[in-house]
Write a new protein. Sequence first.
Lengths: 263, 381, 376
Amino acid sequence: MAEPAPSPPGEAPGTEEKPLLWVTRPLATAARQFAKSLWRPSTVIYPFERLEDPKFRGEVAVASGRPIGVGEIWDNYRGVHALNINTCISCNLCAFSCPDVCIEMVTVPGGDPKHPKKCPQIDYGKCSFCGFCSDACPEGCLSMTTRYELTAHKREEMVYSPAKMFEVYKSKLPMNPIRVERPKNEDQILLDPPICIGCNACARDCPTQCITMLDIPKTTPKPGEKVPKRIWKEPVINDSDCVRCGTCISVCPKDCLFWGTRQ
Amino acid sequence: MSEMWVNMGPQHPMTHGLWNLRVRIEGEVIKDVEPEMGYLHRGIEKISEDRHYNEIITLMDRTCYVAGLAWEQLFIVAAEQALHITPPERAEYIRVLSAEFQRIASHIMWYAAFVQDIGLMTPFLYGMRDRDLILDLFQSYTGGRLTYEYMRVGGVRNDLPLGLTDRCRKVCDWLMDRFVEYDRLCLSSTPFHERCDGLGVLEAPEAIAYGVTGPMLRSAGSRRDLRKDRPYSVYDKLQFDVATATTADVTGRYLVRMEEMRQAVRIIRQCLDWLDDHPGPVMAAQLPRWLGAPYAPVGNEAYLLKRNYPTGVGFSMVEEPHGEAGAYIVNDGGEHPYRVKFRSPVLINIWASKRYLPGYRVADIPPIMGSVDVCVGECDR
Amino acid sequence: MSTITLFSASDAIAAFLLAHIAYVFPAPVKGWITSGDVVLGLASLIFGVILLGASMINTIMLIWWERKLLGRFMDRRGAMHVGFAGLLQNFADGLKLFRKDTFRPSKADSLGFWMSPTAYMVTSVVIFGILPISTGWNGGSLPLTLLLALVIFSFAPLFIFLGAWASNNKYALIGGMRSAAQMIAYEVPILLAVVAVVVLSGSFNLTTIVLEQRNYWFWAPLFLALIVFLTGMLAEMERIPFDLPEAEAELVEGWNTEYGGMLFAFFMLADYVRYLVGSILVVLLFLGGWTLPTYVPSALTSFPLAGIFWFMVKAYLVFGGFVWVRASLPRIRTDQLLRLGWMRMVPLALLSVVLAALVVAAHCLPVLGCVPSMGG
């Protein structure tokens, strides 16, 4: 990199021709701002004035020089999650969609002992507030609010249990109203009938109860063929209720369910 | 006085991030420089290979933390090419609107930091104040102030809320007034010219030879702008001029960036008019399953192979606020990209400091490196 | 020692001691105390302590004043939570710095490292002892007060360079060298501007200079000298746009990079002491000191300590001007600074000396019917 050094500075055109004390305009600009901010500078005195405060929609916002309504910008904010435990169906989609793996499904009281109800618990130490979880939530029970203060003294306090997020839900903060539409050509859950053993696992764990086990005729084995050891039932999936959470795929012991498009 | 090496960084007020500029000086004259990057390397390209396409968007915001939407656009353009998806036109306009606002925000951030580097703190606060309004706008339709996570492969996450276009217009008017104020503080100030004129000269042939792009190249008189030369998205339908200067120095870069902000406002106004007249969907109707919001378990590996997803290669170049950014994505039919590669303009622009720094004085380093608009996040990725 | 006999504050304290305190002591002690020198020394000591306290409080208030003013220039508020309008913020900051550990880099030179902030502080504060604040309010009124003040004021580069060199740090070294070069270079225009004032007033005594401004303040005939003096003071004080020695963008903190805790607080306080001294000098030399124009209603000048009040108001306003400059101009480069000093400021200062001489000559011209107003 032994390049020749460029010519020394100070020889560029325009350096010498400048008037000597041409400093009046910056001085005047600063003075104008001084006069403007004597009444009220643009700063928001944060803990005492809050942008999400309805007061800011009015005179304070105008006085602070904001040309747009400040209250409106909070309609869509992605802050701390609010979880409605009552409508959560434990579909796991929030946990699946989380790019930071900060959502863990934990047991909450309310389910029956055999199939405990699980709701998301979010570790805000890891969360990046991308909003994929609330986008993914098929029931709209996990949404994001305008709360953004997360300071805590311990790391454990950064972990928000479902009960804590339910508290946020009950505090009636404005919630992000946006629901992302699901693509129209979404894949469906398909069944590979010969492999299925009719074990009922998918129907048992389906969060939306959209799988019903229907009786199928018992096949008579051909001579020399083994009789398959199975229950003579087969899952039938109601596509309009299915939220595409894939729980059935993950619990299927035989991997006979898969994603695909019905021809 | 004999020569000595001075480390400007990694913890130094000049660097705006974590990088190190080793300077060999004799007295106050720079003899040689050696930029050292890599302190902020997070392996974004490698992490991307293990993520769904939409999940990579969260990384793009963190690649360049002052131009998140521009990098989102960069990735999205390449990813849509690799996945053979065409977004609706309204989504394209929203993306251009976002990217141009992001360009203004980034340039204002540059202005604030740059002028503070040469010792004037007032523009920093003016700049941050005005940038805040753009962030308010972003917040009102993306939901985030710094990490937007707004664009999706095949469109954008949500449509613009009602009344946003009018708010955008108000902000544009406000900003045009502020640009005049910025110029009064800097261009009309003799000390500013004393500090900036004739510094860091990098003529166009050298800049091209080094691969330097963006405002640094345009300040040397080259009319290179990817939005014109290799139009992506809907830039070919919009009217704007390429901002250039002739002096190839720090003042030239200042002028180019200021003019680019004005041109960005011009583009934004056209986008707003178009968006007002053309409602419609913002997400492509036909998307592969794994690009929808939920990413449920894929199931058996054997079925994965059966699914016959499209394969392809995506390459995009985007005129990012700092220069020309590139993205290359290889899609081998899986749910994750096989390989992702980004080209950061800042990395090249910093590296060329071997050419444009020696010969000047130590006191010239802050204005010269400030005029490069260093964003270490994207430089180190 | 002085031909000018002025009522001075230490004399007042001495008189107070003699009249009200001395009688409580038994006769031999009383006799020793009242023996002239002792009571004067005691009075000077008491006055010094008062002065030190007042100057420190004023210095800290000056920081507050700068923070608030700068905030408004920058569309923000400045300190506002500790005390009323943030008045106590700087005391809190000082307390924090006081509690911090002071340490020395292992390879730094011990003597120079510790000595530099102390000496810088002392030489800065000592100037207050000879600056008249109002009629009679000064520690001592020598015939050459102005020269003495400027001499002490220009000690600073020595100690700055000492501290910078002793820190064994490259940034500090560069900053120290810049500081020395800049301060020495700007001595010349400052002194020339002062010569203009001296020519007009005919005295090196600051009190006399102020009293000579009873007809008109010197800024009007000596506008050029005022500009030169202000510019030179900006450079001497190392404030933006001439703060290259601590140009934080390239030199981290310049010559006090390695200083932390109370040592840094010393440097910072001494800096502000110098800002205050600089503002006071401007007021004394060009803005009529503690006097107000005659057309001002007498109610404004007749309340107790009115002189000190108006004097401080002027000094704070002058410092406000420095803050204004800081809010609007970027820092320039060393070579440009020196070029400005030698090639613009020195000729301007010489011109202003000539102008001052012309003004004096005009006074002396009998055709104009003017009476020479030479003091001294």
